[in-house]
Write a protein that binds this ligand. Structure first.
Ligand SMILES: [Cu+2]
Length: 127
């Protein structure tokens, strides 16, 4: 392999290590709720809605009930609805309020959630 290949490989390994750290060690971000309450029955994740979704990627366990708390911190019309097509969910999010969506991720995979127009995007990673 050339020097560039090794560089790419090292970069990839570093990215994987960072992702694992971020999700499982950092105690914040996408998996904070899921990892902190790994054995709890209900998984809870709060997602801030302000010009996008933060975290934009939510990692959860398959088969356990999930509560997504959408904390909408703006009045911009773009984000007034959130849609989870894979779960047949479309929900209005009142401005400056937290709206909870309950679902049960029974299938592993990556599922998108978007605003009503499909402009803001987030991902639900079920594993
Ligand atoms: Cu939108």
């Amino acid at each position: 392999m050339s020097g560039t290949d090794w560089l790419v490989l090292a970069g990839g390994a570093a990215a994987v290590a960072w992702v694992n750290w971020y999700f499982f060690v950092a105690g914040r971000g996408p998996a904070s709720a899921a990892s902190a309450n790994r054995n709890a029955e209900v998984q809870e994740v709060t997602i801030a809605v302000r010009g996008g979704y933060a975290p934009a990627a939510v990692r959860v366990r398959r088969g356990a009930p999930l509560r997504l708390h959408f904390d909408r911190q703006e009045t911009s019309g773009c984000s007034e609805e959130v849609v989870l097509p894979a779960f047949n969910i479309r929900k209005f999010l009142p401005a400056h309020q937290t709206t909870t969506i309950e679902l049960r991720p029974d299938t592993a995979g990556t599922f998108e959630f978007t605003c009503g127009m499909g402009m803001l995007r987030g991902r639900l990673i079920v594993e």
